[in-house]
Design a protein around this ligand. Structure first.
Ligand code: V47
Ligand code: SF4
Length: 370
């Protein structure tokens, strides 16, 4: 079907060259990636779906997980963030390790396979505190994979401990850390980064932390925060840096585009991009990131309907059951204030999109096909 696109009159000669390269499995350059944004959405969907089919056939992955957000107290003040509070400020929370153990105990006999932990960069908490937290969770749930801490949190806690990056990551691995989520990447362009999150770890630091993690045997995810003040070029350049690192380490599991949500933060005046832009962005990411096996639509942020439609635009993963345990997006205006989907709801959502639901673990080992 993708070959038929070459006969469409509505597609320019330039765009046909790009499509031919995709058909021949050749890598796109930054300027060719930019050309993708000018394609009709339906055309992009066909190209992205054809690449996704080569990689994943009809499979759509999900996992059974919970999220824990130990604190929203953060030393930084990213302009897009609705969630952080200063120490002692109204609306701040910080759970003790005992509080967190209380939250995970009910899952002792459940079939969850992953706990996802991210939060603010708390000024007083350190690597051993978080390490001990992981260790005590693992004492209760030894078989559960812990995917925890954005590169920004890691940067702070490893520096605070006076350790080299590699030493800090190895120490956390010894405490029981399984892999690293993709947050904190935002947008790598330094000018945009200065405007939206100038205080925190730079793009170079984010990339180095992930590279070092991969080198010590910790896989990770990658994200991109889109739909704020960045341009299509900044997005493609961001994808290009991820593709380059993936060539080097092969350590990324999946790429997750995170749509900027506008409520209760300093960038609210910008508004949000529309669904067409979300779908375009998924398709372009799927096409450009030729060395990533998976593209994830994070449904608590996007909503269930758009996540379902994204399965026709290159997405093959819709995260997990989550179980009402994340506030990052509800505080920024996501419609679902208490995000949770039962396994059977996820399965129906995927089957109704004519795909095959596959439960996976964090590292994409298949647990069960439905
Ligand atoms: O880095 C903050 C984003 C990220 C807003 O690896 C916002 O599986 C949109 O790491 N609108 C943290 N996004 C979340 C994160 C994550 C989420 C889902 C899956 C995975 C994974 C990781 O949340 C931050 C930032 O990019 N964020 N505020 C906002 N207003
Ligand atoms: Fe802090 Fe993360 Fe929010 Fe930035 S996005 S202010 S680092 S919690």
């Amino acid at each position: 079907m993708i070959q038929d696109l070459l006969y469409l009159n509505s597609i320019s000669a330039e765009q046909k060259k790009v499509i031919e390269k995709v058909i021949e499995n050749k890598r796109l350059s930054i300027s060719e990636g930019m050309e993708l944004f000018n394609l009709d959405l339906g055309v992009l969907g066909i190209i992205a779906s054809s690449i996704n089919y080569q990689k994943n056939q009809n499979r759509v992955y999900f996992n059974k997980n919970i999220h824990i957000e130990p604190t929203n107290i953060c030393i930084y003040n990213c302009k897009f963030c609705s969630y952080h509070r200063k120490f002692g400020e109204e609306g701040s929370w910080e759970y003790s390790i005992d509080d967190i153990l209380e939250k995970v105990r009910p899952y002792k006999d459940s079939d969850i396979t992953e706990i996802h932990i991210v939060g603010g960069v708390h000024p007083h908490r350190d690597l051993d505190y978080y390490g001990s937290m992981i260790q005590q969770i693992k004492n209760i749930l030894p078989h559960v994979h812990i995917k925890a801490f954005t590169a920004v949190e890691l940067d702070f806690m490893i520096k605070k401990a006076g350790l080299k990056l590699e030493e800090g990551l190895i120490k956390l691995k010894e405490y029981g850390l399984g892999s690293i989520p993709g947050g904190g990447a935002e947008i790598f362009n330094s000018e945009i980064r200065k405007m939206v999150c100038h205080e925190k770890s730079t793009a170079e630091q984010w990339l180095l932390i992930h590279e070092t993690a991969h080198n010590v045997g910790l896989a990770s995810n990658a994200t991109m925060l889109y739909g704020h003040i960045e341009t299509p070029l900044h997005r493609i350049e961001h994808l290009d840096k991820l593709r380059e690192l993936q060539d080097k380490t092969k350590g990324f599991n999946t790429f997750i585009p995170l749509k900027y949500k506008k409520q209760n933060n300093s960038l609210s005046y910008i508004g949000e991009v529309n669904t067409l832009e979300d779908l375009k962005n998924f398709a372009v990411s799927r096409i450009y990131l030729d060395n990533f096996d998976h593209i994830k639509a994070y449904w608590p942020m996007l909503g269930k309907d758009i996540s379902q439609i994204s399965l026709s635009f290159g997405v093959d993963d819709i995260d997990g059951t989550i179980d009402d345990s994340t506030k990052i997006y509800s505080m920024a205006g996501a419609e679902d204030k208490k995000p949770t989907m039962t396994t059977s709801e996820i399965i129906d959502l995927i089957k109704n999109a004519q795909k095959l639901p596959v439960e996976r673990d964090t590292l994409y080992n298949i647990i069960r096909e439905y």
